[in-house]
Design a protein around this ligand. Sequence first.
Ligand SMILES: Cc1cc2nc3c(=O)[nH]c(=O)nc-3n(C[C@H](O)[C@H](O)[C@H](O)COP(=O)(O)OP(=O)(O)OC[C@H]3O[C@@H](n4cnc5c(N)ncnc54)[C@H](O)[C@@H]3O)c2cc1C
Length: 560
Amino acid sequence: MSKPSGSIRRKNKHRAKRTVKERARLEVPVGQVEVCFPANLSTKKEVLAQEVADAAGWSLDELGDYRVVRKNLDARRRPVKVLWMVEVAQKGHALPALEIPNWHVDVIAEKAPEIIIVGAGPAGLFAALECLDQGFRPIIIERGVDVRQRRRDLVKITRDHAVNPDSNYCFGEGGAGTYSDGKLYTRSHKRGDIRSALECLVAFGADPDILVEAHPHIGTNKLPGIIQSMREAIVEAGGEVHFGCRMVDLEAENGAIQAIHWLQLDDEIPVRRACEAVILATGHSAKDVFRLIHDKGWTVEAKPFALGVRVEHPQALIDQVQYHGEERGDWLPPAAYKLVCQVDGRGVHSFCMCPGGIIAPCATEQDQVVTNGWSPSKRNNPFANAGMVVQIDEEIWKQSGFTGPLAGLEFQRMVERNCWEAAGKSQCAPAQRLLDFIDGDDGKVSKDLPKCSYVPGVVSVNLKTLLPDSIAKPLAEGLRAFGRKMPAFLHPDAILVAPESRTSSPVRIPRDATSLEHPDVEGLYPCGEGGGYAGGILSAALDGTRVVQMLASKRRSKNT
Ligand SMILES: Cc1cc2nc3c(=O)[nH]c(=O)nc-3n(C[C@H](O)[C@H](O)[C@H](O)COP(=O)(O)OP(=O)(O)OC[C@H]3O[C@@H](n4cnc5c(N)ncnc54)[C@H](O)[C@@H]3O)c2cc1C
């Protein structure tokens, strides 16, 4: 889309009254303006039109088409405002045509080279789409089942406390992000890449608003449909998707990948497929994959990550705090927060905040408890939850007796298993009122627990003694610090549910900075969150695309 040829920024109109003389006129018939006005007026189309005309220095009669290209909330003070970036055209002129995102490739040539992709999460799916763009046939191997069947396994976790180790909140079509809040934020700064990943999601059914919102999210109810459309497009274009197939081995010879082995889980049939390239997009929960690589003698490294608990408050309370007591109405979204502090040089921060969300049971094995959060697209549940986590590094896992490349993984496993034992060896989770957790040095068991969205159930446990001191102490200090920033945070009905342990990968699978191949195995491409190269849906998707682009450029330079 071409950029408009002029722009005017005007933010503070409502604070300082402008005189007619001050009014700048957009010098070009098609351009961009920025307007900002109270959120409670934001649903009124005529207000936006007037503001846009004013900002362009035109009369309402002169204003032709206009289009919002960016929308952001400014909730720093009352009244909460919406900041709009708008493309405008004077009557008689046209805005640049809006390209509706579309994804299409012709069916891949029969002899197209095959690329094996292990994992159908965002990294694997975007890698597959890029393969087709680059003329490769993607062969996806996914241990879990398709999105529709996967729902049944999620119900079994919640209702029967039965965890299928190959189909759960982390494993299955769409990966860990399928039943999530679908927040699409990333720290990546390559705006072009981000835009094209978002456009791709829109092409497969996401609401086009994600191209405009400053903090876009999709929602658990909408993600499965988008992912299914992606898979159908991949298969229609000649890719293959094998569900219920767990990779169990990789073969290499003379330092180069030769074949992949997988097990078809429904009939236990082992399969070997020769290959020249494997993209390993298995996510941060595939502990067996980290062990496999390590046992083969290929380099893996322990990687710092974060671990703690989920905190949950009534959403109305968070709205009241964040919107300074202003009514939320239907013009403001359920409020979010982000909290960060340092405790004795160690970071404590909120993670993956889910306004109007639910705390989800995300274990991948029977003998562990793991929590995370999701929200529907409308974020209309009465609770607000977020991870509250402490930075974990070598110093911490060593204190618990773990060393070596898988030490972080072992530490994480210990905490998840301890939580499972403490809450009665089911998918119930240990929980405590926040105020009881920070009570004195030792905390105290909560006599009762407030309502909580975690459906399998919560059991009152003193998390202060359950979690290792190395986590519990900085976490308690961090929560007190957050209470100083946001006093209502320390609310009597705030509940902590443990553990939040899958924030990012505790292991890095190294790769060459240029070729993106594993340093010990040519043709093996660690990718996405599992290798340690992404931290969320969008960054995993971007990494999937990038890996295939590198792979393609290597092939091209080999062939010339
Ligand atoms: C409940 C929940 C909520 C979340 N909310 C958000 C959010 O709002 N925003 C956000 O950005 N991120 C969120 N995340 C994190 C996000 O989902 C991940 O960062 C992202 O999915 C990582 O993508 P990936 O493709 O690298 O790995 P994954 O999505 O983990 O995908 C890996 C895939 O590999 C498969 N696999 C693993 N081992 C094997 C094997 N041996 N053989 C075959 N297949 C295998 C798995 O089944 C899985 O499907 C959330 C995660 C969870 C669990």
